[in-house]
Write a protein that binds this ligand. Structure first.
Ligand code: SF4
Ligand code: SF4
Length: 143
């Protein structure tokens, strides 16, 4: 059995392109980072040797091996890392959760779940179709 068997997006490759609207960085929820990702963000923001405690203070919750940062944060209406131009300040080192969106397993479960996410992400349904190989590579890279 091939890993592609039974996957709806093999028959109907979904379209997606990020318009950089920034809406996924404003939706209520949380950003989940590993400590390595949080430390990479700290070094990116504060310089070599910085760790996540210096960057985030107490603005995180521990969940097993992950740290969660609430969105919106206590002092704004968006993710802590979104700048005033609507860009991610830590784009170069942003966590896997953000790099892989919207290609998350739960959103790729069926055409229905994928299309439903289109109400939250305007890039879904736009742009070129994504090949199954590209989607599977994303899923595997971020699992
Ligand atoms: S909501 Fe979708 S289109 Fe907008 S920035 Fe996020 S991924 Fe890109
Ligand atoms: S870390 Fe960056 S990409 Fe992820 S939600 Fe925050 S601003 Fe958006």
């Amino acid at each position: 059995m091939s890993r592609r068997d039974g996957l709806w997006f093999v028959e109907s490759p979904p379209r997606f392109v990020c318009t950089e609207c920034g809406e996924c960085c404003r939706r209520p929820g949380f950003v989940s980072l590993t400590r390595d990702e949080a430390n990479a963000a700290a070094r990116h923001e504060l310089g070599e040797g910085a760790d996540y405690r210096a960057l985030l203070g107490e603005a995180w919750t521990e969940r097993g091996e992950f740290l969660e940062i609430d969105v919106p944060g206590p002092s704004g209406d968006a993710c802590y890392f979104l700048d005033e131009r609507g860009r991610c300040r830590i784009h170069a080192v942003k966590p896997a959760q953000c790099r892989s969106y919207p290609f998350w397993p739960e959103l790729l479960e069926s055409p229905v779940t994928w299309r439903a996410e289109g109400s939250a992400c305007e890039g879904i349904g736009q742009g070129e179709p994504w090949s199954p190989e590209a989607i599977l590579a994303r899923l595997e890279a971020d699992s």
